[in-house]
Design a protein around this ligand. Sequence first.
Ligand code: PEP
Ligand code: MN
Length: 363
Amino acid sequence: MYNSIDQYNIQEFSSWSPSFDKKLIIAGPCSAESEKQVLNTAEAIVNDINIFRVGIWKARTQPKTFTGIGKSGLKWLKKVEELFNIPTMIEVLSPEHVKYALDHNIKYVWLGARTTVNPYLTEEIALALAGSDMRVFIKNPMVPDISLWMGAIERINNAGINKIAAIHRGFQSMYSAPYRNEPIWEIPIKLKCMFPSLPILCDPSHIAGKTEYIEEIVNKALSLDMSGLMIETHISPKDALSDRAQQLSPGELHELLKSIDSSQNNIINSGIGQIDESVRQIETLRKLIDSLDESMLKTISQRLKAVEEIGKLKKDINIPALQVSRWKEIIENRINIGNNLNLPEKFVEKLMEIIHYEALKRQ
Ligand code: PEP
Ligand code: MN
């Protein structure tokens, strides 16, 4: 099902720059607010990061909030590049923004979640990028639809860009609590299966919405071997004009990166014997998972066959396929069973809904 589509010639990070062979770290403020805020933030984090990010134009939900400093902020980024010898990266939300980025010789841009959700706009941005040497990071769309994400990647690639990376920033969803956006990890994993050379990073800031959750999301992303992180960082988060609750201070960023560095080194240094044993155990558990999945799917297939039988009988005696009271009973009962098996209520509910949806199609 997940045949990779590698005619796209997307380049792995190591061929973008030799310094990108480790985890790529992108950080910087949500928005550029003043020259001082931009320069002070950059100076405080330059030694911890590979690319300095900053939002120049902001697509804010409420019109009366800060919508970005606009193109006058671009000259501050040039100063950052000159003073601290680090590349900068901005979000482009229109073909006009691409033109400004190219005019200012900015080498890295990203497409935000509100852009990738819109194929027409993505196409226009792709056309504006055509023929350039821009490196383009593509965030997942707001909604959990992998084909929109893939479509955006293909459009940018069709414009002749092959330095492309994706960023998982979570999805707007009713199941996001306690986070701001729900991280649906299987979606970036499927994307990786489709585009094996595509680097995929994680943006824990927009998933978390609050700094207190950032570390656990980072750990999850690293356990899935994602290629890097984009983390919002502000010289004084409490004064930030956008996304105040989720921005780290430079000191907090430093501590976070130090802790992941040492845990990555621990993995490498934990001794060959230990690694052999762990690899063996992982293999065994994978086999277990394979066979459990097979029996789970067989059980679901049997359940759906039973549903089809019931469907025929209902037709014979002319009663509708869906009886709400029966469905309620099922959900309550399965949630109880799940409770006893230590399965979260929301999970059981979602799972039963997916099965029920397929069952209704068959009746
Ligand atoms: C951002 O990174 O500042 C941003 C607006 O991100 P997203 O598109 O993920 O909301
Ligand atoms: Mn932001």
